[in-house]
Design a protein around this ligand. Structure first.
Ligand code: ZN
Length: 273
């Protein structure tokens, strides 16, 4: 059910939440309250464990739920240009939504929260870049900085896509960008393979038919990856504008499977197989 026509209208304009030509200015809304920094759980330790054990226990894992529920009502803030290392880009975008109004921002936080619960139970130290869906931001450079400050062993950004055609998921990992990602490119590619395999097995979601190749895409234009100093990937869990994918992404039981699958992917990476 579409409970927010304005938000849906904004979302449908967007074709892909990590694309290069997105705009977040379609909605103009009142700015009812001063912006506030996103809440951060208090789980971030000051330093990385000296001798990481295999698997999650003791590992620091940063989970970044894409966008935020009120980005649409803060166009000035989220269109502000930030440094993505090899250029500038908007602070953030609104994200997309299914055709009946389930927003990507809500989906991303839900999957991230389920994933955080699984990993925390397994003994990991989890940091979320946002923990509610009521604010705006943080900007993409800050999302990367949160992982860096936490000295994360691994970071993952959770998104769902909004392509006008096609379905399926893909995992985005950083290109080798001089002066930025040389150190994380190789481990991030290994992370992408682990996450791709676990997500495909755990959810049955096919590889994207409209983006990347065999469920993978390498990009050098995303600030959240360029600015990261820790191994990191994005996952586009499915295409919210595809009816089949949308029905899955709106289903809490699917999101639970997705979270468990992502946990397995991260565990595989951290254990080094
Ligand atoms: Zn997104």
């Amino acid at each position: 059910m579409n409970r927010n026509g304005a938000l849906l209208a904004v979302a449908i304009v967007l074709t892909s939440c990590t694309g290069t030509q997105r705009t977040a200015t379609r909605a103009s809304g009142a700015l009812p309250a001063p912006s506030r920094p996103p809440a951060l759980p208090a789980a971030a330790p000051a330093s990385q464990p000296a001798a990481p054990a295999p698997g999650p226990p003791g590992h620091v894992i940063v989970i970044d739920p894409g966008h935020n529920g009120q980005n649409w009502s803060h166009p000035g803030d989220i269109n502000r240009l930030v440094d993505i290392g090899n250029g500038t880009k908007a602070c953030d975008t609104t994200g997309t939504a299914t055709r009946d109004g389930y927003t990507e921002a809500a989906h991303d936080l839900d999957v991230a929260s389920r994933l955080a619960a699984v990993l925390t139970r397994a003994g990991a130290l989890v940091v979320l870049t946002r923990s509610d869906n009521d604010g705006w931001g943080p900007c993409v450079d800050e999302r990367a900085a949160i992982g860096n400050r936490a000295h994360a062993d691994v970071a993952i950004s959770i998104h769902a896509d909004g392509s006008p055609a096609g379905r399926g998921f893909h995992v985005i990992y950083p290109a080798v960008v001089a002066g930025l990602t040389e150190a994380i490119a190789a481990p991030s590619e290994r992370l992408a393979l682990d996450v791709r395999g676990a997500y495909a097995r755990g959810t049955g979601m096919p590889y994207a038919t409209y983006a990347g190749h065999a469920g993978l895409a390498q990009r050098g234009d995303l600030g959240g990856l360029n600015r990261s100093r820790v191994p990191k990937v994005f996952i586009e869990t499915g295409n919210m504008l595809d009816p089949t994918d949308a029905a899955l992404l709106e289903d809490p039981s699917f999101r639970d499977r997705a979270a468990r699958a992502l946990a397995e992917g991260l565990e595989a990476f951290l254990s080094g197989h």
